[in-house]
Write a protein that binds this ligand. Structure first.
Ligand code: F6R
Length: 230
């Protein structure tokens, strides 16, 4: 199996390991980084900001963005990335889908075309309780490219912790597709916390089912999974 699973019960040590992997990938010449948001990534970005790592010659692509939230909205992923990483570790160029784009289909196509002009040397992933990667919710085709997704009620409820109320959570998001993600040369997925156990088990048991989007990774040749779950 292509997945390299590392179980590291100490989250402190786990994040240190993630930083080491990113440094190694970069030292090997990686210039294009796929990035994720979410609670899992906050300590990682904080640790990266404490290093001397320099991304000023690198390009980043984020996985996803809420439809309807602009860069100045404090729950947009654009805002998140500036707040947690870019303001301290700027990249040469950073790309995210534009949450306020009027024509969402056109914006998804624009983002996918931009992605196609690059090869992602590295892709960072979290995992949803329901097994989503990016915002590819259960049932998404493994052939999907960047698209607009209707967020599931469970994803909206889980993400409501960051918003004033559930009603404020957008119903739609842009996300790189499963196929867009799989094109990356190297993937690092971080799964922390008991709530991720079922999704993680499906992945490490080598299942390959669209009902658990993360299991698409079982066909990728170079995936590292870091988890605190033992
Ligand atoms: C965010 C993303 C999502 C999250 C996932 C886990 O850019 O792509 O797939 O990685 O929802 O979120 P947390 O880390 O908040 O549990």
């Amino acid at each position: 199996m292509a997945i390299q699973l590392e179980r590291i019960p100490s989250t402190e040590a786990l994040y240190e390991r993630a930083v080491t992997i990113i440094k190694e990938v970069k030292a090997q010449g990686a210039k294009t980084f796929g990035l994720a948001t979410g609670g899992t990534m906050e300590p990682l970005y904080a640790k990266l900001c404490d290093t001397t790592i320099d991304f000023s010659e690198a390009v980043s692509f984020n996985l996803d963005e809420y439809v309807g939230l602009g860069a100045t909205h404090d729950q947009s992923y654009n805002y998140y990335m500036h707040h947690h990483l870019f303001k301290q570790k700027p990249f040469k160029q950073s790309h995210l889908p534009q949450g306020l784009a009027h024509d969402t289909q056109q914006e998804a196509a624009r983002y996918e075309a931009l992605l196609n002009e690059h090869i992602l040397d590295f892709q960072l992933l979290g995992i949803g309780v329901n097994g989503h990667i990016g915002f590819n919710e259960p049932g998404t085709s493994f052939d999907s490219v960047t698209h607009v997704v209707n967020l599931t009620p469970s994803t909206r409820e889980i993400n409501a912790r960051y918003f004033a109320s559930l009603e404020d959570v957008p119903h739609k998001a842009f996300t790189m597709g499963v196929q867009s993600i799989l094109r990356a040369n190297c993937i690092l997925l971080i799964a922390i916390g008991e709530s991720k156990r079922n999704a993680l088990e499906a992945l490490i048991n080598n299942e390959y089912i669209e009902d658990v989007p993360a299991t698409a990774l079982t066909k990728h040749p170079n995936v590292i999974v870091l988890t605190d779950l033992v």
